[in-house]
Design a protein around this ligand. Structure first.
Ligand code: ADP
Ligand code: MG
Length: 373
């Protein structure tokens, strides 16, 4: 949680289970209230008036937009923020696997049958998803839909599924079972399902940011349920965000940053416990089982799509492999917090006095002297 954005995670969902959506929305609102208290107690000057803010429950979480109007009318900035949210709402109606009338649901229903011609937008999301699946060797894989659903139900029922139940779904999982030809896509096996819970919010944040830029806005933050895209600055000072502490209230660290995307995957928001074992909502699609070892991964990247996909992928890879992979990716930095609370960072980040310093290539402004963080 932070001054201007929450870099913690919520899951992309929509349509189904409205009660859960409302519960999540309430939790986020409570968190925002708690944040305000935290902010007030930190003694920081609260100059909220200088930005406009708009928020809406979307994709099973809260999306928000903050715009620094600069020399332009505040009302105009407010309209732009709402229009960005409208755009995300239309995107959700198209890509959510939880909305029956969505294009993704149509594609899932057609699994095993004829190829389906898709919109350029969904095609772009699928292409990006398959690309990350290949690059991460399947640690990130949107074809794990049936598995993610199984574990979602398991969490609701507080019941660990049987090994054979899990194994059966592995046949329906695997990015090599998706055929893309021109603008048509075919899922090879009946029962296959794509699920964009780990990339859709970041993709939406990119779309919203592109929209705001095309309308001439330069200084804004889009927060798609913890998937942030930062642009420009808040007037004279950079945007200040915070990475939530996975095991305590309040922030783990704050960060002043600009022109980058930040996303977090954690085991602290959606998990369940049986016999003292914590089952997170991030699944290794190759084994079918929830991953363990980390409590949070925060990724800095140049796009929201990449940051969202990567935070999940690195969470699956774990500390050692994840660090090595993040180092190998151009323009990507990551902060890993182990389940023992110990933090490790890629070489472009430094942790200093509760602040994260972004070294090149994603540069952040140095901490402001004399201002409490
Ligand atoms: P959040 O949505 O809470 O911000 P993530 O971005 O890590 O967190 O996405 C987790 C969601 O994505 C899960 O709820 C599930 O629907 C789906 N998912 C879980 N594991 C994977 C994975 N390895 N690859 C792709 N999607 C996943
Ligand atoms: Mg993700």
């Amino acid at each position: 949680m932070s001054e201007h954005g929450d870099a913690s995670g919520e899951q992309a969902r929509g349509g189904k289970l409205p009660l859960r959506g409302i519960a999540v929305a309430l939790l986020v609102l409570l968190a925002l209230l708690a944040l305000d208290r935290w902010r007030a107690s930190s003694g920081r000057l609260l100059d909220e008036e200088d930005v406009i803010r708009a928020a809406r429950p979307l994709m099973g979480t809260i999306f928000s937009v903050e715009v620094f109007p600069g020399g332009r009318e505040r009302a105009e900035a407010q309209r732009a923020a709402f229009a960005a949210l409208d755009l995300a709402e239309r995107l959700e109606e198209r890509i959510s696997e939880w909305i029956e009338g969505s294009e993704t649901s149509a594609l899932n229903r057609a699994a095993g049958g004829a190829p389906l011609a898709l919109s350029a937008e969904l095609l772009e999301l699928i292409t990006a998803s398959l690309d990350w699946a290949r690059r991460t060797n399947g640690a990130f894989d949107v074809t794990g839909g049936p598995l993610y659903e199984l574990w979602e139900r398991a969490r609701e029922d507080g019941r660990v599924p049987g090994a054979d139940e899990v194994r059966a779904l592995l046949d329906l999982t695997g990015f090599s079972k998706v055929r893309v030809a021109g603008n048509s896509v075919r899922l090879e096996r009946p029962g296959m399902k794509l699920g964009f819970g780990a990339i859709g919010k970041g993709f939406a944040a990119d779309r919203m940011a592109a929209f705001l830029r095309s309308a001439g806005w330069r200084d804004f933050i889009v927060d798609a349920g913890g998937n942030l895209v930062l642009s420009g600055a808040r007037g004279a000072r950079p945007w200040n965000i915070a990475v939530r502490h996975p095991r305590q209230d309040g922030p783990f660290a704050t960060c002043r940053a600009t022109d980058c995307a930040v996303a977090t995957s954690g085991d602290y928001e959606r998990f369940f416990e049986v016999d003292g074992v914590r089952y997170s909502h991030v699944i290794d699609p190759r084994t079918g089982w929830p991953v363990r070892g980390l409590s949070g991964v925060t990724v800095f990247a140049s796009s929201g799509t990449d940051a969202d996909a990567l935070s999940t992928a690195l969470f699956v890879m774990g500390m050692d492999q994840g660090l090595a992979f993040a180092e190998s990716q151009e323009g990507v930095e990551a902060l890993f917090i182990g389940d023992d609370g110990a933090a490790r960072l890629t070489s472009g980040l430094r942790l200093e006095d509760g602040g994260i310093l972004l070294l090149s290539p994603l540069r952040a402004a140095p901490p402001e002297a004399g201002r409490p963080r």
